[in-house]
Design a protein around this ligand. Structure first.
Ligand SMILES: *Cc1c(COP(=O)(O)O)cnc(C)c1O
Ligand SMILES: [Zn+2]
Length: 417
């Protein structure tokens, strides 16, 4: 049974049928899925959710499909790790990592949005899956389309990391690499979507797609024992994920699944692409587009579709925005790996780097619960670390050479006789 009611314009409130629509024809505002929460009350309870399989479809009543999910049945329910070593390093009391670096099947949070988008696209009769991507979305569309028997066309900026390109091609997707920025890719794709009638997950299917991000927030609240943290730090590209984590907490509160909703939400961007953080820091409602220049390519969107709404989430919850340089991104990637054994991609370096600055500046108090959102896997952005780590020591396979190495390093070990 589906609780999805309609699509609704975020600006003027006009309602639309549940089709492949994404902008309001009256005011050009973005459309959003609305649900029948009253009918859901008492049906979607903590017990019902806890009794279901550990994947993001345990919240299916709050997701925009009409039948059962047909794509990505095992996506989500990634670990929420209590990060005690990192907490010590940062000087805070209660710190968690929500770790979508190990999401299934393509190791980023994009598997959430894609499984919803393609499940819905199939209900609407589409047979071709498509997207404009900064990398992770490309991987996920290609993999999930392959698994459900859809054809896929993926559009990317030409200068993405090698693993993100290879990790799209391997699934048999047709990859079109565009000489331009993501924003130029996206503009072209809007024209293609209108002309070819494909399911562009983040264009004409966007209202459904974006809802998948809510599951990141639901899981945080459930895994904390049915409550929100006091502070959540979230990376921003187009700015959709941060608004949907906010929506997730609000919905859980509406349904009585959590007692209150006091989470302050903070957005993180790279200094080389921070149109949203700039607006928050300037206290402006206006998002000024930028031309991206950063190693955090997955977040390199200069003209973010949900920039306005994400700035509002930070303002309304009492959060803030912070940005970090490429050097700080690398430092944070290393810090997370060395303290918690989690290898996050550059976007994770952005998020942790921003969290660190927010703690140091006193914006986030040291004695309250903090969740850092890790959204992608470091194995996909290895280029960022080339030349930034200590090289391996090369020796011949002789014990004496190893002994010399230990001595030269000034290390003493008790050797068992
Ligand atoms: C796409 C992406 C984001 C941000 O997504 P938006 O919803 O566009 O803000 C964050 N992290 C990673 C790794 C991503 O690929
Ligand atoms: Zn409207």
């Amino acid at each position: 049974m589906s609780y999805m009611k309609a699509l609704k314009c975020r600006e003027c409130g006009k309602e639309y049928p549940k089709e492949a629509l994404h902008v309001c024809e009256l005011c050009f505002g973005p459309l959003e899925v609305v649900y029948e929460y009253e009918r859901m009350k008492g049906v979607l309870t903590r017990d019902v959710i806890e009794g279901r399989a550990p994947n993001m479809w345990r919240y299916k009543e709050l997701l925009p499909i009409e039948g059962e999910p047909s794509v990505g049945g095992q996506v989500g329910y990634t670990p929420l790790v209590r990060a005690t070593n990192l907490a010590t390093a940062l000087g805070v009391k209660e710190l968690y990592i929500k770790n979508d670096a190990v999401n299934f099947p393509t190791l980023s949070f994009k598997d959430r949005v894609v499984s919803v988008a393609l499940s819905r696209a199939r209900e609407l009769g589409f047979t071709v899956a498509s997207c404009a991507s900064t990398g992770n979305l490309a991987n996920s569309v290609a993999a999930n389309a392959a698994a459900c028997g859809m054809e896929s066309f993926v559009f990317i900026p030409y200068d993405l990391e090698q693993t993100k390109i290879l990790g799209t091609l391997v699934y048999g997707a047709t990859v079109v690499s565009i000489k331009g920025t993501y924003d130029e890719v996206n503009r072209l794709c809007s024209e293609i979507a209108g002309k070819y009638g494909w399911a562009f997950v983040n264009i004409n299917i966007r209202p459904y797609y974006a809802e998948g991000s809510k599951t990141f927030g639901y899981e945080i609240a459930e895994q904390l024992g049915w409550k929100t943290p006091r502070h959540v730090v979230v990376p921003m590209a187009g700015g959709s994920l941060i608004t949907k984590i906010h929506k997730a907490f609000k919905e859980f509160h509406t349904l009585g699944l959590i007692p209150d909703n006091t989470a302050k939400i903070y957005g993180a961007q790279a200094a080389g692409c921070s149109p949203i953080v700039n607006a928050v820091k300037e206290g402006s409602e206006l998002i000024r587009p930028v031309r991206p220049n950063t190693i955090a390519k997955s977040l390199a969107i200069g003209n973010p579709a949900d920039g306005y709404y994400s700035a509002r989430v930070m303002r309304e919850t009492g959060g803030w925005g912070e940005n970090v340089t490429d050097e700080e991104i690398i430092e944070a990637m290393k810090l997370l790996a060395e303290t918690e054994g989690i290898f996050a991609e550059t976007a994770g370096g952005v998020t942790l780097g921003a969290a660190k600055k927010l703690i140091e500046s006193g914006r986030i108090p040291r004695d309250e619960s903090i969740v850092v959102s890790i959204t992608g896997n470091g194995l996909k952005t290895q280029e960022a670390l080339y030349g930034k780590l200590k090289e391996p020591t090369v020796i011949n396979a002789r014990l004496q050479e190893f002994d010399d190495l230990v001595k030269a390093g000034g290390r003493e070990y008790a050797v068992k006789a």
